[in-house]
Design a protein around this ligand. Structure first.
Ligand code: ZN
Ligand code: ZN
Ligand code: FE
Length: 765
């Protein structure tokens, strides 16, 4: 009999607390401290009733606060006194759905160390089982159809657990207690290898047949967590070229999967932070700097100074890359699609779309509920700088700095994501892709109801881009009209600025200097913006400075032709098109005549202030890229041309009222080219010039307003040389600089920016 006072407390815990082993942890702590009561999942978190001596209950609460389950992300932890009741022991109660409530859902998690050990343990009943998982790892977001997260609401619903799995599932002290995707050889999903629609082998044989095919230079489509990936031997240059030809993807880098961290370090530099990211449960593709003399075929990432590596994140990947002499240690693992199409995720889609791409298919019967690509990140100053937010990161919410009414943001046209938000949670979707593609457009229309349903968001407001022709904008118009919901159109670069502020938890009304360097975005004056110095916050902005307008001959069609941007910029700067210039040589006489007419008469030549197009122009002038095969290629190639960093020299530029005139820089670049100055040096000088342009504009705004915080957003900021150079320059001149950490600088964060702006405007008004 415990003589000390008995207390009863109720705990409400919110955050990512389901599907991460929270209840078993609570259960084992309760036993440890001799606490009685119960724990249960609700639709908005976990509820606990803890009863016992004061010291036991306090010890239990403190322990749970200090040591929550490894994968849990606790947002709030509320404790209140509760009424004394009769409790015998500690129990786990059934889930308690609450109308309209919501909670974050765990993303898919890479295989944990315990499961990995069992995978290779011949005495374990799941020895070499490709779907081994537990409460600490395995699929989540990609198999969830609805909440609360219970097996019947996942694509595992059709698999009836065997007795052994069932008893683990119900044992609170087991690692697989309530692990919804729990399965084994006997009762769970199975794999097979097929070619031309015929099953060749199953189970272990299917793995070995796939491995043999890859080893012999074949391309195998492998069904993963969020879709099919095309796998081949990365060391086999001929196969890599075949893959390029089949995918019709001539230049864009391929991602790699290595069997171990040690293998990666042979080819790339890996910092401590990068190592942690590679090994993390999120297991993203990490862009790493190549080591000099890296022996991998150049065709993997033509002209690039970095390679995108990830580690195996599912048991199936581990088995595919199992160490054995003579077998590949690194696989190309690129999304299973033809250029521009979204990743195939159903078996039928794979058979149909990948037939001409893959020599064989490693398939399984665990359905993927939602198409999700691999995430891509980079590291900058020791922190994550996201490039593509998808598998492993989504749907973890971004906490926003003020509470919003339920809202939907539909995003941009390219690199589309959607965001639904309520209270201070923004649920940003996985990277959906370029909406000009029909299948991607379908993914977009499926993702919206799915996210609304998962997070119980019934939008009272919709936000979209100002551009009327974006498919996302058209969708928003239709919805707003048919559902009678107000629609707020947000200027593209204002959305970029707001996304960067939200990303940095900016919670003040103070305006900042937003430097939005981007490819395109419709401006409030009808021109194509993209080199913008905005002054503003969430609710409003003014445009302080911008790159002087240059006509873009051919409009959108010119985006894939940097030579056109070069000719246009030369024309604008009053520099004649001489025969010794690379873009002049790259353009036929007829085309030149047409372009000149378009420029002079301003026919089909919309004015643009895009920095992306300026990068195109310089890239073409230097003979680096006249025709792009993927978005941003000319700029990426121009950055990659830099071999030595020397940030002292730059070119001239002028400010005329609110316009930034770079014609002097262009004249000096042409002169440098004629003097045979190295391409690397010219590129470096160009980057440094842009950093100086940013500093100059920021100083002008600061002297007028006293504001000294600068936010950098827009796709151009994925240029690490420019990012680093600009931040260094701004900081050494007394500016505070905000950049992206949770969402990409590119259009993947537009939907977040849209909901921030639309909410701020509406709540203010
Ligand atoms: Zn596990
Ligand atoms: Zn089983
Ligand atoms: Fe943009």
């Amino acid at each position: 009999m415990n003589l000390s006072k008995t207390v009863t407390k109720k705990l409400y815990i919110r955050g990512i607390v389901q599907g991460v082993g929270f209840r078993p942890t609570v259960y084992s702590y309760a036993h440890k401290y001799g606490v009685e009561g119960w724990v249960r999942n609700t639709s908005n978190g976990v509820e606990i009733l803890a009863s016992g001596s004061e010291s036991a209950v306090d010890g239990f609460i403190q322990h749970l606060r200090d040591t929550p389950p490894r994968l849990a992300k606790v947002d709030s932890f509320l404790v209140e006194q509760a009424e004394q009741g009769m409790h015998s022991g500690f129990v786990i109660l059934d889930s308690q759905p609450m109308e309209g409530e919501f909670l974050p859902i765990s993303p898919d998690l890479s295989i944990c160390p315990d499961c990995l050990r069992e995978l290779y343990d011949p005495t374990d009943r799941r020895y070499r089982y490709p779907f081994i998982n537990c409460t600490n790892c395995g699929p989540r977001f990609t198999i969830i159809k609805d909440i609360p997260y219970d097996r019947p609401k996942t694509t595992m619903a059709d698999f009836q657990m065997c007795q052994d799995c069932e008893s683990e599932y119900h044992d609170p002290l087991d690692r697989r207690f309530h692990a919804q995707p729990v399965a084994c050889h006997l009762c769970g999903p199975q794999i097979w290898f097929e070619t031309a629609g015929t099953i060749k082998s199953r189970g272990e044989d299917a793995i070995q047949e796939s491995r043999a095919a890859i080893q012999s230079g074949k391309i195998v489509a492998v069904k993963g967590l969020g879709g099919y990936l095309l796998a081949c031997d990365a060391a086999n240059g001929a196969t890599v070229e075949t893959l390029r030809a089949r995918k019709q993807r001539s230049q864009k880098p391929f991602a790699l999967m290595a069997s171990s961290l040690e293998i990666i370090t042979r080819h790339c530099f890996v910092s401590n932070e990068e190592e942690l990211a590679l090994l993390s449960p999120e297991a993203p593709i990490v862009l790493l700097q190549k080591k000099p003399g890296c022996a991998l075929p150049g065709g993997i990432a033509p002209g690039q100074q970095s390679l995108g590596f990830m580690l195996p994140y599912t048991p199936l990947h581990h088995l595919l890359l199992e160490k054995r002499t003579g077998y590949p240690e690194i696989l190309v693992m690129t999304s299973g699609n033809r250029s521009e199409e979204p990743i195939a995720y159903t078996d039928d889609e794979a058979r149909q779309n990948l037939e001409t791409l893959a020599d064989g298919f490693l398939m399984h019967n665990r359905e993927i509920n939602i198409r999700t690509d691999d995430s891509v990140v980079r590291f900058f100053r020791g922190g994550i700088y996201p490039i593509r937010r998808a598998r492993g990161l989504v749907p973890s919410p971004v906490r926003i700095p003020f509470s919003v009414a339920p809202i939907l943001g539909v995003g941009a046209e390219l690199k589309n994501t959607i965001t639904v938000a309520r209270e201070d949670y923004a649920f940003i979707s996985h990277h959906i892709g370029d909406l000009e593609n029909l299948e991607t457009s379908e993914s977009f229309t499926q993702a919206i109801p799915h996210f609304k349903q998962l997070f119980r968001v019934h939008p009272k407001l919709i936000s979209c881009d100002l551009h009327p022709d974006y498919r996302s904008s058209r969708y928003a118009e239709e919805r707003a009209c048919s559902e009678n919901i107000p629609l707020v159109k947000v200027q593209h670069h204002h959305a970029h600025l707001a996304a960067c502020l939200a990303d940095n938890k900016w919670d003040s009304e103070e305006p900042v200097i937003g430097v939005c360097f981007d490819g395109t975005g419709l401006g409030t004056d009808g021109a194509i913006w993209g080199g913008e110095f905005l002054l503003g916050g969430y609710a409003s902005f003014t445009r302080e400075y911008h790159l002087a307008y240059t006509p873009l001959p051919g409009g959108d069609a010119a985006i894939s032709k940097p030579s056109r941007s070069a000719l246009a910029h030369l024309w604008k700067a009053g520099i004649s098109w001489d025969e010794d210039m690379a873009p002049v040589q790259a353009t036929s006489v007829q085309e030149k005549t047409l372009i000149l007419q378009q420029l002079q008469k301003m026919i089909n030549a919309p004015p643009t202030s895009s920095i992306g197009r300026l990068f195109d122009a310089v890239s073409s002038l230097l003979g680096i890229c006249h025709l792009t095969t993927y978005e941003g290629q000319a700029a990426i190639d121009l950055e990659n041309a830099i071999s030595l960093v020397d940030d002292r020299e730059g070119y001239g530029f002028d400010f005329h009222a609110d316009q930034i005139d770079v014609s002097q820089m262009l004249r000096e670049i042409v002169a440098d080219i004629r003097k045979d100055v190295q391409v690397s040096r010219i590129s470096c000088k160009f980057h440094h010039t842009l950093a100086r342009v940013v500093l100059t504009a920021a100083q002008k705004i600061k002297s007028k307003t006293g504001i000294s915080t600068v936010a950098l957003s827009g796709g151009v900021w994925q240029n690490m040389h420019l990012l680093e150079g600009t931040i260094n320059l701004l900081e050494s001149n007394g500016f505070e600089v905000l950049w992206h950490h949770q969402v990409p600088a590119n259009d993947g964060s537009i939907s977040l920016g849209q909901i921030m702006v639309a909410s701020a405007i509406t709540q203010k008004g």
